[in-house]
Ligand binder design. Structure first.
Ligand code: GFB
Length: 313
């Protein structure tokens, strides 16, 4: 990408989009195009068409999505499917219409079948049934991959897709009903410490395994792929290492400095037993993550302390 290129970061206020903006700015890109959701409703076909016709971005990072943890995915099933389908379809189609040079679409590790072999290789897509709690989100993300592949095969568009593992970092969502596990536990342990509570509720059995990647590492990988990767095969982005929910909960308890007990609420779902990414395709391209989980959690807790007022309204 040329330094003066017009780069549209869709979803720039979210955890991933804001990490992408930080990365692009640190690399000297100054011509970034952004819109808040109040300024541009990405589900609105006409509004998105007007926006692309007016701004004519050269490059697009598609990090806008309706996202959430296991409970939000399972509760707002219609919005997770509809909003994500509309956002992707509108952006990818209009990127094609206006001759965008390259687009990177971001999916998720939940696109893989619930019982797929581990680690998850890219070729396992569509080889089995999905995890029911996030099937609508996964179907939308699979549609996004297929949109990129189809515009590439029919029109030659340089649209690539990357599938990040579970993410965490600055600007995460700390609402306990809609957040992912790491921000939820950072907040719960912190509040329990401050309020001297004897126990903290943790969902499920603690036995599911998850892989976690810091959002700054993800942004670095996305930038790397935008610069170097032009293939039709999509790419997993992760660390290639996972931990149990129990292990990560204990790590967060440590990082926060909480001394009480964990109380497991098995009325809440576990979700997929395991979703560890096979990252050999990404490693073969020459990219490797740099933030280890413990250090990433320490940074994220610091960020939480500095921005608690904004994160917990
Ligand atoms: O992060 P999480 O909500 O999403 O949950 P998924 C991961 C695991 O942590 C589950 C457990 O086994 C949860 O039961 N957990 C323990 C908690 N305590 C908590 C808590 O306080 N809050 C939350 N949220 N979980 C999502 C998908 O699945 O992963 C999305 O629903 C997306 O579609 C995302 O793919 C990356 O990893 O289970």
């Amino acid at each position: 990408m040329e330094k003066e290129a017009r780069i549209y970061v869709a979803g720039h206020r979210g955890m991933v989009g804001s990490a992408l903006v930080r990365k692009l700015q640190s690399e000297g890109f100054t011509n970034l195009v952004t819109r808040t959701s109040a300024e541009l409703d990405l589900r609105n076909q006409a509004a998105v068409a007007n926006f692309f016709a007016q701004e004519q971005p050269h490059y697009v990072f598609l990090a806008a999505a309706k996202v959430g943890g296991i409970l939000a995915n399972n509760t707002y099933r219609a919005e997770f499917l509809y909003d994500n389908l509309m956002i992707e379809a509108n952006i990818i189609h209009n990127a094609h219409q206006t001759g965008v040079k390259k687009l990177l679409f971001l999916g998720s590790s939940c696109i893989y079948p619930k019982m797929a072999d581990q680690p998850l290789k890219e070729e396992y897509l569509l080889s089995g049934f999905l995890e029911p709690t996030n099937e609508p989100y996964a179907i939308a993300k699979i549609a996004g991959i297929k949109l990129c592949e189809s515009y590439r095969s029919q029109y030659g568009s340089n649209f690539i897709s990357a599938m990040p593992t579970n993410l965490y970092g600055p600007n995460d969502n700390y609402d306990l009903n809609s957040s992912h596990v790491l921000p939820a536990l950072i907040r719960k342990f912190h509040e329990a410490k401050v309020n001297d509570q004897p126990t903290v509720e943790v969902w499920g059995t603690g036995s599911p395994r998850r892989e976690f990647l810091h959002a700054d590492d993800l942004a670095d990988a996305c930038f790397f792929l935008m610069e170097h990767y032009n293939d039709d095969l999509f790419v997993n982005i992760g660390t290639g290492e996972d931990v149990t929910i129990r292990e990560v909960a204990e790590m967060i308890r440590d990082v926060v400095g909480y001394e009480g007990e964990l109380r497991w609420n098995t009325d809440k779902p576990d979700g997929t037993p395991r979703k560890l990414m096979d990252v050999s395709r990404l490693h073969a391209q020459g990219w490797h993550h740099t933030t280890d989980l413990r250090r990433g959690l320490e940074n994220t807790y610091q960020d939480f302390l500095e921005n608690e007022v904004m994160y917990v309204e």
